[in-house]
Design a protein around this ligand. Structure first.
Ligand SMILES: Cc1cc2nc3c(=O)[nH]c(=O)nc-3n(C[C@H](O)[C@H](O)[C@H](O)COP(=O)(O)OP(=O)(O)OC[C@H]3O[C@@H](n4cnc5c(N)ncnc54)[C@H](O)[C@@H]3O)c2cc1C
Length: 450
């Protein structure tokens, strides 16, 4: 038996653990900082559960990486609230990855196998390689899974379709889960690997042969810093996001209209544009609400400065600070994108939403301001989401930097790293198709190795 400790029971850690446990050669313990609050998916995490608040394990002085940011600690991590949008990283960004990863993801079929497992159809390879022209609005590929609901025998035949989470496969797996365990660091002594973690009852240590860090891009880097006892100085990215919500009175609901979400790609501006279209019936008629937003690549070299200083002793945790950086080039691109979004809305709805950079731009899509558009008190709302706000943080321990092409931590045999933190470049695509692909690849790689 090979012992493996997985750190973090979120999207990446759970996906890896449930894939690896298919081989009986592995004995897997998963250490999760949070508790087990729920197993079902909640869109946007709109309901509040005690102990399920967003926590920030970093300091940030400005609104970027502060307002609207933070990560929830719980078994399931963000797999319990993500939207399931799965898009492959565009070729211009994959060009910054080691060539072997381009080969694995596309030519060796890792993307297509992962997509099949998630029940989605990906845009064609030619599309992602930029050899096809950008499509007009297309349906967004969303990962979902059918799972049984209810515990009693009368419920046993009921099934629901919800956004995919590997937490459901965990229920029938051999993975041993320890909740309420925050990992401090990993160390090597006389050839053996040890993982230190803190629970309510104090500091604990377990011996293992392999350790896989999947605690999110920020915490993974903090753990590595405390394990090495050396500061980490690098960059972190998130997607930049600008959008506009517009409302218009309609005489009738369009045939076949419900709430829909579609997307298109503006590859010249390195962004994906999402369009959510909804018709609402009210006493004074029908109102159509269209929310159009762009997720825009932030290049790692132009990302925000990221600094971790190690903890003074092994029972403590290092300090993480994130400085804000939106480069001049990114600012200029955001302005062009905002103008193009307005022109898009004008063509789509037949109304001109005005210039985004006029007074009155909201830094978030604030619920009260959105409600004004829905009620008809206002026709448009422009917004920008601060960095850290779309939960696509990436690049803290990139492949080719501290992490090698086999996802191993350099200088630390037996320690592997997962999640968007290892992306050398994210492109405009939402990160999770690639995170899930990496988790499945590492599980297979270890199985083949042993
Ligand atoms: C509302 C929302 C919608 C989203 N929609 C999409 C989408 O449509 N498409 C997409 O691609 N992405 C989406 N994302 C982003 C996606 O959810 C994240 O990129 C993804 O969950 C990151 O996976 P992860 O495993 O690295 O982190 P997480 O899922 O956050 O898991 C990390 C886990 O590690 C635990 N942990 C942290 N520190 C420690 C420690 N020291 N010791 C032990 N455990 C620890 C945490 O409690 C957590 O359970 C969305 C995110 C949000 C919030």
């Amino acid at each position: 038996m090979v012992s493996v400790v997985v750190v973090g029971g979120g999207l990446s850690g759970l996906e890896f653990a449930v894939a690896l446990q298919l081989s009986e050669r592995y004995e897997i313990i998963l250490l999760e900082w949070g508790s087990s609050l729920r197993r079902h998916h909640e869109q946007e995490d709109s309901r509040r559960y005690p102990g399920d608040q967003r926590t920030r394990t970093w300091q940030s002085l400005g609104p970027e990486w502060r307002d609207g940011s933070g990560v929830k600690r719980r078994l399931g991590g963000r797999s319990l609230c993500w939207h399931g949008v799965v898009l492959p990283i565009e070729d211009y960004a994959l060009a910054k990855w080691p060539e072997v990863w381009r080969q694995r993801l596309w030519r060796d079929g890792l993307y297509s196998r992962t997509a099949e497992h998630l029940g989605v159809q990906l845009p064609s390879n030619a599309y992602c390689l930029g050899q096809e022209s950008d499509p007009v609005l297309a349906a967004v590929p969303q990962a979902s899974a059918v799972r049984p609901v209810g515990q009693s025998s009368s419920d046993s035949k009921k099934e629901i379709r919800s956004v995919y989470s590997p937490i459901h496969a965990l229920e029938t797996s051999r993975v041993r889960v320890v909740k309420g365990a925050r990992v401090n660091s990993v160390s090597r002594k006389n050839g053996a690997l040890f993982v230190d973690f803190t629970t309510n009852s104090g500091l604990h240590r377990i011996k293992t042969q392999l350790c896989v860090l999947a605690a999110g891009a920020v915490e993974n880097a903090r753990i590595v810093c405390d394990s090495m006892g050396e500061p980490i100085e690098g960059r972190i990215t998130d997607h930049l996001c600008v959008g506009v919500v517009s409302g218009r009175q309609e005489r009738e609901v369009e045939t076949g209209a419900g709430k829909s979400i579609r997307y298109l790609r503006w590859s010249d501006l390195r962004c994906n544009v999402f369009v959510q279209d909804e018709f609402t019936s009210r006493s004074d008629g029908i109102r159509r609400i269209v929310d159009v937003w762009a997720l825009v690549e932030q290049d790692l070299a132009a990302g925000s400065p990221f600094f971790v200083s190690p903890a003074p002793d092994r029972a403590d945790f290092g300090n993480v600070s994130i400085g804000t950086h939106v480069s001049i080039e990114d600012h200029q691109r955001l302005q062009i994108i905002s103008r193009r979004l307005d022109a898009f809305v004008e063509a789509f709805l037949g109304v001109l939403p005005g210039n985004c950079f006029q007074a009155g731009v909201h830094y978030h899509p604030e619920p009260a301001a959105v409600r004004r558009v829905i009620s008809g008190a206002a026709d448009h709302l422009h917004y920008r989401v601060p960095l850290g706000g779309v939960d696509h943080e990436a690049g803290t321990l990139p492949i080719g930097g501290p992490v090698n092409a086999e996802l191993g931590l350099k200088g630390f045999d037996g320690v592997y790293v997962l999640g968007p933190g290892v992306f050398p470049a994210s492109g405009a695509a939402n990160p999770s198709l690639t995170s899930l692909a990496l988790s499945n690849w590492l599980a297979r790689h270890l199985m083949c190795d042993s």
